[in-house]
Design a protein around this ligand. Structure first.
Ligand code: FES
Ligand code: FES
Length: 179
């Protein structure tokens, strides 16, 4: 591309080495979506506010609209497409979102799932307040957050309200007794 500085980048994305030569200004989110076709990572703002673009970079959740592809050179990236097992079994956080009906349009969902995955890695037994704090960088325009918080608690504790399974009369996999 004339007049545009290009750089080679090589990343391991969802376990596969991917390389390309891209304009130096290319954001990681655009590299994932436009160069690799991994469109599960969404762009909601491009200004580091909404969290729809959250991925794991060397195991740590980042907003991929805030990282240049060149900065991620040599790193391992996990996107929403890389969370489920090879046989299609959902990641526990994905399953919890499904169980709790924690999405409507789904636009924020990949970023929410990646953020919750990070939360539970950092705090395996989070309180509801810790869940809400951890998700304050992820915006959902649809759900009112209640079911997203319930999903995060279910992913961590096995129940939608963060109690021990059976403690509130529900079993894991049930909907916390809510409608
Ligand atoms: S697109 Fe990255 S935070 Fe909104
Ligand atoms: S489910 Fe629509 S933005 Fe969150």
């Amino acid at each position: 591309m004339p007049g545009v500085r290009e750089v080679p980048v090589e990343l391991t994305v969802n376990g596969t080495t991917r390389s390309a030569v891209v304009p130096a200004r290319t954001l990681l989110v655009h590299f994932l979506r436009d160069h690799l076709g991994l469109t599960g990572t969404h762009v909601g703002c491009d200004t580091t506010q909404c969290g729809a673009c959250t991925v794991a970079l060397d195991g740590v959740a980042v907003k991929s609209c805030t990282v240049l592809a060149a900065q991620a050179d040599g790193c391992a990236v996990t996107t929403i497409e890389g969370l489920a097992a090879a046989d299609g079994t959902l990641h526990p956080v994905q399953q919890a979102f499904r169980d709790e009906h924690a999405l409507q349009c789904g636009y924020c969902t990949p970023g929410m799932v990646m953020a919750v995955r990070q939360l539970i890695e950092d705090q395996p037994s989070p309180t509801e307040d810790q869940v809400r704090h951890a998700l304050d960088g992820n915006i959902c325009r649809c759900t009112g957050y209640q079911n997203i918080v319930a999903a995060a608690l279910r992913a961590a504790h096995g129940t939608a309200d963060g109690t021990t399974p059976g403690e509130n009369g529900t079993a894991p996999g049930e909907n916390g007794g809510r409608a």
